[in-house]
Design a protein around this ligand. Structure first.
Ligand SMILES: [Zn+2]
Length: 226
């Protein structure tokens, strides 16, 4: 058994243990890796059992691993009851696919909007292994929108519905972006009442990202143009 820690792209658990289940070894007779030994490594998450894969390329098929020529040594380590740690078997890090999720906020957001959006992202990834958190992620995205609109509107009315309508009326937002903001608002409302599904949360997340890009990223990109 070969085991190692990785941030799971599926269940989003951080540094969860993965176990290597299979290694297919071939000496490449053509293409980019001609003459080298290509080991295709397949591992699964010990928490959600979803799989990731990577290539391990060795220049020389006679390289010794685990006391044996590479292919035999790797297969023996995979099937061994004894636990082998990754670094004891592989001499370099592997580029796993898929990669772990990373949250990147749209560029040029005001600090407080970014903070709220990233809070949503943090909870969003946790919802992958705990569905009870869906409503909290939804609430955080709605709150990022609410904060964002305060930068676009000096109207003191705190009601989000009226604020969006006012922004459309004063042509700060085009009608379609107003509709967009209303969709985020109503999905966010459903989230606060715990009535939002994981699919709807995905939609809410995407809409919030797009809205913030439209409201802050694009205008800043244009004004920063040399
Ligand atoms: Zn997992």
């Amino acid at each position: 058994m070969i085991t190692f820690g990785y941030d799971c792209p599926y269940c989003a658990k951080k540094d969860v243990a993965f176990t290597i289940r299979h290694i297919a070894s071939n000496v490449a007779d053509t293409g980019k890796y001609r003459g080298q030994t290509v080991h295709n490594v397949f591992a699964t998450c010990n928490h959600c059992f979803s799989g990731i894969t990577a290539m391990y390329i060795l220049n020389n098929s006679d390289d010794y691993i685990n006391g044996m020529p590479s292919a035999n040594g790797l297969i023996a380590a995979v099937n061994d009851k004894l636990v082998h740690f990754f670094d004891d078997v592989f001499d370099k890090k592997l580029a796993w696919f898929p990669e772990p999720p990373i949250s990147v906020a749209p560029q040029y957001l005001p600090v407080d909007v970014e903070r709220k959006f990233l809070a949503g992202e943090k909870i969003y990834f946790q919802t992958k292994h705990d569905e009870n958190l869906v409503e909290f992620a939804g609430t955080a995205y709605r709150s990022a929108l609410e904060q964002a609109l305060k930068y676009l509107d000096d109207n003191s009315d705190k009601n989000l519905n009226r604020r969006i309508n006012h922004l459309v009326k004063t042509q700060v937002l085009v009608k379609s972006m107003g509709d967009f903001a209303h969709t985020i608002r109503s999905l966010g409302n459903e989230a606060t009442h715990n009535e939002i599904s994981a699919d709807e949360l995905d939609k809410l997340r995407l809409f919030t990202q797009l809205f913030l890009q439209y409201a802050f990223t694009l205008p800043a990109m244009i004004s920063n143009k040399p």
